[in-house]
Design a protein around this ligand. Structure first.
Ligand SMILES: [Zn+2]
Ligand SMILES: [Zn+2]
Length: 184
């Protein structure tokens, strides 16, 4: 069985990594392993925007892809952006091996509210399902409750359930059974 690797980019609370591991294990029939945390290189920082360039971080992830990996998910606590968007909750290669999520804007503190662990855990799970879903070929879903629906605002993340809708779930399942057929 191929392996989904998780890697913290910079400081990420241990508990966040545990939530992610748990959520991924619940939905994906893959082995899950963690790589040692990496330091974010300075070249990824954009001092004008005071944010980190997601594209640069995705490149780093692609370079560290272990040979036995099926997917590599990077997790960071810094604020991510790309030139065309003011921020990103995460980024993924559709049908590709690499994805990245940021915890930064999933925290209540980011919005001037008191820290809330339950809210944070729930948002992290939804974001992980969303970006990993993309790497397994899922595209954005019209169902606002589905983890694959597009969220450009934190309220939209909160409207989602911590799961895929029936259709997206089925597509994911088909994907895994066809992959197994390819190897056997
Ligand atoms: Zn998306
Ligand atoms: Zn869906």
């Amino acid at each position: 069985m191929k392996t989904l690797y998780l890697v913290a980019m910079g400081d990420v609370p241990k508990q966040v990594m545990e939530w992610i591991e748990h959520a991924a294990a619940e939905w994906l029939p893959v082995a899950i392993r963690r790589l040692e945390a990496r330091v974010i290189p300075e070249r990824a920082y954009d001092p004008k925007r005071k944010q980190y360039q997601s594209v640069e971080m995705m490149k780093m992830l692609a370079e560290m892809l272990p040979p036995d990996s099926c997917r590599l998910l990077g997790v960071t606590d810094v604020d991510l952006a790309i030139p065309m968007l003011s921020f990103l909750f995460g980024q993924a290669q559709v049908d590709g091996p690499v994805a990245l999520i940021s915890v930064c804007r999933l925290r209540q503190e980011f919005y001037g509210l008191r820290a809330d662990e339950d809210v944070l855990r729930s948002r992290v799970v939804k974001e992980v399902l969303h970006e990993l879903g993309h790497t397994f070929g899922l595209v954005h879903c019209d169902d606002p409750k589905c983890a694959m629906s597009l969220a450009t605002h934190i309220q939209r993340v909160d409207e989602k359930d911590e799961q895929y809708c029936a259709q997206c779930g089925l597509q994911l399942l088909k994907r895994f059974s066809s992959q197994e057929a390819e190897v056997s």
